[in-house]
Each structure stands twice: as structure tokens, then as C-alpha cells.
Design a binder for this molecule. Structure first.
Ligand SMILES: Cc1cc2nc3c(=O)[nH]c(=O)nc-3n(C[C@H](O)[C@H](O)[C@H](O)COP(=O)(O)OP(=O)(O)OC[C@H]3O[C@@H](n4cnc5c(N)ncnc54)[C@H](O)[C@@H]3O)c2cc1C
Length: 385
């Protein structure tokens, strides 16, 4: 397989690389301290079309394809994770339910606003009693007169506090649940009975907020069932398809972080002198650098292969997508650990970005399906073959 970046994507990748270097990197620490992304940066993201990477061209997006998206996320992975998270819910979990299963009217109404970044989307599946076991959600949807009425609480929802629109999963048939009893809804923030609850205090990912969403007799019109009337009860499938795609882009941003950590570690090892010579001359350090480079190389081949495969075969790369998320996120966590080790005490200090990467990367093994759940998916697909 040829892994050269296709010509039609090189300009976009170069633009994002420059944006990361010139605009995002210099404010990375400020964003960490203030826990917010400056509005002018969001404006530039809009101008570059970054909110619409994964949205079809006819709805105003760039429709880059999976490999293109992964290449962009790889570049974004080189800096503070909150930047890609701001874009991630519009391109990924927040919008893909509409892209994959939405009606024509839903696509026409919502996708152009999401592609331009005028509106932010979020994805609301997880609840206090339903994390890995997502089919156990308790939020209910009941048809009362001509409207659906939602009741329940979602937690840990990325961008929930700034979202204009949420893809929300609720149970309409308790007997059937994941097998025909969960429905996906598009809920606008202005719908009566929809509230933002507690904003969580987290280990990392500062600049990106994670919060609780509350549905208290929230009234949703029937035209906001994703896919329309025939899709009532089919929302769990929409959720799984959406998550499946995100596994590749999560792998890509983890790869970008790992590459950046490798570069920082090589630079630091060359210039830090102990016992009269640069620490890069010690074999213990060289072995860590060699292990880091080898793992980054392996992850990149795997990601590009799986992303290209998805572009060719459509969504039937479930096993490969889970393998990519599992391998790339765990690899990046191992590399963050080695990077801190190579930087010694300075690696533990907030003045150095390795400290932030170490905290932020920890999340990648947990959200959008933990490493354990990825292993379950891989094994299930393997045994089915
Ligand atoms: C910062 C952050 C942002 C998030 N953003 C979103 C979002 O935007 N939208 C959204 O819907 N959700 C979001 N989540 C939720 C996230 O997807 C869940 O936290 C994740 O799926 C794990 O669920 P849980 O936390 O309930 O852990 P649990 O499911 O309780 O898991 C606890 C442990 O048990 C393991 N485990 C569980 N079941 C099994 C099993 N069958 N076999 C082996 N091991 C198992 C898990 O792997 C884990 O190690 C976010 C979470 C965080 C922390």
C-alpha cells in the first residue's frame, strides 16, 4: 500500500500545520491557564473550514474523507488537545449521526451551520449508570400528543455547555432497548426543558469543558428524530456507527501528540548535559528514543492503512478502527511517560508541554470507548469472521 499523502490533501495539511505552529502553539499555555479558547482563534478555525472537515461539500463542508481528516487531526494532535476537541464534536460525534442517518431536511437545516462553525454540536449518550454499557441508558423518550418528551440526565458531555445542538439518545421502548428501543434526537439548546448542569473539574483537557445535560420534560418535535419516523428505535445503531468513525480520528490525534513528544524528547536529550555530556549519548536514553520512534512509525502505518480502507470500503472497518484507537492511544500514553522520564524533573513542571500532554493523553484511553471495550470489539469481530 502506498502511503504518500495524496496531492489533493497536501495543501490542507500544510495549512493546518502552519496554523498549529503560528496560531495555536504560542497560546497553548494561555489557554491551559485561562481554561478557554480565545474567540479570534475560533474565528480562524471557521475561516479555514475546520468545523466542516467531515461534512459533505453540498452542505458547506470540506468532505475530506477519512484519510484527509486523520491527517488534519494528526497535525492538531501536536498542540493543546482542547483545540481539536472544539472542532471534534462538529466533525465527529456531534454531527455524524445527522450525516450518516439524518433526513434530507435535517441535513439541510443543521449541517451548513455546523460546517461553518456558526453552531457547535455535542453528542449525549453517556449517563451516570451507562458508560461502557451504553445500552443501559435511562433517559426516556415518550410520545405525548404530537411531541416527544425527554426526561433524564446525561453526564461527561464534551462541549455540552457551548453546544447549540445536541445528538441525544433516549429509550422509547424499555423492553427492546438497543434492539429497537433507543432513538436518536436532535435537541436544540432553546427547546423547553433542556438545561446545562454541572461543569466537571478534570485532570486535564483544560480549554475544553465537559458537563452534565438535563432533560426535564424536554419537548422535541417529531421531525427531530434522526432519520425520521422510520428510525424511531434505531438510534443505538446510529450511536455505534458514529463512535466507530471517531476511533480513527482519535487515533490520529494521539499519533500527532506522540510525534510531537518524540521531537521534544530528541531535542531535549541533545541539549541536556549531565556527567559532562548530552544525555542523548547515554544508551538508556537512546533506547527510549528508539522505542518511541518505532512505536510512532508502527502507529502511523496502521492508521493510514485503516483510514484508506475506510475510504474504500465505507463503514465496514469496525475491527480496524478499534485496533487503531486501542494501539494509537496506548502507544501515545507510553510515549508521554517516556517523554516525561527523558525530561527528568522538568518533565513534571507545567513550564514544559510534556506535562500537559501526559495528563491530556490519559483521557484518550477512556472516552469514546475504553481500551477494554476496544478489545471486546476486536475479539467479537475476530471470532465472527
Ligand atoms: C472528559 C470526558 C469527555 C467525555 N465526552 C463524552 C461525550 O461528549 N459524550 C458522551 O456521550 N460521553 C462522553 N464521555 C464519556 C465516556 O465515553 C465514558 O466515560 C466511557 O465510555 C467510559 O464509561 P464510564 O466512565 O462510565 O466507565 P465504566 O463503563 O464504568 O468503566 C469502568 C472500567 O470498567 C471497564 N469495563 C466496563 N465494562 C467492561 C467490560 N464489559 N469488560 C471489561 N472491562 C469493562 C472499563 O473499561 C473501565 O476500565 C466523556 C468522558 C470523559 C471523561
Amino acid at each position: 500500500m502506498d502511503f504518500e499523502i495524496p496531492e489533493h490533501l497536501t495543501a490542507m495539511v500544510d495549512t493546518v500545520r502552519r496554523f498549529v505552529k503560528q496560531d495555536l502553539e504560542p497560546i497553548s499555555r494561555q489557554v491551559e491557564e485561562e481554561d478557554r479558547i480565545p474567540e479570534e482563534v475560533v474565528q480562524t478555525m471557521r475561516r479555514l473550514g475546520l468545523f466542516g472537515l467531515a461534512i459533505p461539500e453540498k452542505y458547506g463542508g470540506l468532505e475530506l474523507g477519512t484519510l484527509g481528516e486523520c491527517l488534519v487531526y494528526e497535525e492538531l494532535g501536536r498542540t493543546n488537545a482542547c483545540f481539536r476537541t472544539r472542532l471534534g464534536t462538529n466533525n465527529g460525534i456531534g454531527s455524524q449521526g445527522i450525516v450518516l442517518d439524518g433526513t434530507k431536511a435535517q441535513k439541510e437545516k443543521y449541517l451548513p451551520r455546523l460546517a461553518s462553525g456558526e453552531w457547535i454540536a455535542c453528542f449525549a449518550l453517556t449517563e451516570p449508570e451507562a458508560g461502557s454499557d451504553a445500552a443501559n441508558i435511562q433517559t426516556t423518550a415518550e410520545l405525548v400528543g404530537d411531541h416527544w418528551v425527554l426526561n433524564g440526565r446525561k453526564h461527561f458531555i464534551t462541549n455540552g455547555d457551548i453546544a447549540d445542538v445536541a445528538t441525544v439518545f433516549a429509550v422509547n421502548d424499555k423492553q427492546k432497548r438497543a434492539k429497537g428501543g433507543i432513538t436518536a434526537f436532535i435537541v436544540e439548546k432553546t427547546f423547553p426543558g433542556f438545561y446545562v448542569g454541572t461543569i466537571e473539574r478534570k485532570m486535564g483537557m483544560r480549554g475544553s469543558h465537559t458537563c452534565e445535560l438535563v432533560f426535564d420534560d424536554c419537548r422535541v418535535p417529531p421531525e427531530n428524530v434522526i432519520g425520521g419516523g422510520s428510525m424511531v428505535g434505531q438510534g443505538f445503531k446510529t450511536a455505534m456507527k458514529t463512535l466507530d468513525k471517531g476511533r480513527l480520528t482519535m487515533g490520529a490525534s494521539s499519533l500527532g501528540s506522540a510525534q510531537k513528544l518524540l521531537e521534544l524528547s530528541v531535542d531535549y536529550a541533545r541539549q541536556r548535559v549531565q556527567f559532562g555530556r548530552p544525555i542523548a549519548q547515554f544508551q538508556a536514553i537512546q533506547f527510549m528514543l528508539a522505542d518511541m520512534a518505532t512505536q510512532v512509525y508502527a502507529a502511523r502505518q496502521m492508521l493510514y492503512h485503516a483510514a484508506s480502507l475506510r475510504d474504500k470500503k465505507g463503514s465496514s472497518v469496525i475491527k480496524e478502527a478499534s485496533m487503531v484507537k486501542l494501539f494509537c492511544t496506548e502507544m501515545a500514553n507510553r510515549i508521554a511517560d517516556m517523554a516525561v522520564q527523558i525530561h527528568g524533573g522538568l518533565g513534571y513542571m507545567k513550564d514544559f508541554p510534556v506535562e500537559r500532554f501526559y495528563r491530556d493523553l490519559r483521557l484518550t484511553r477512556i472516552y469514546e470507548g475504553t481500551s477494554e471495550i476496544q478489545r471486546l470489539v476486536i475479539a467479537r469481530e475476530l471470532l465472527r469472521e
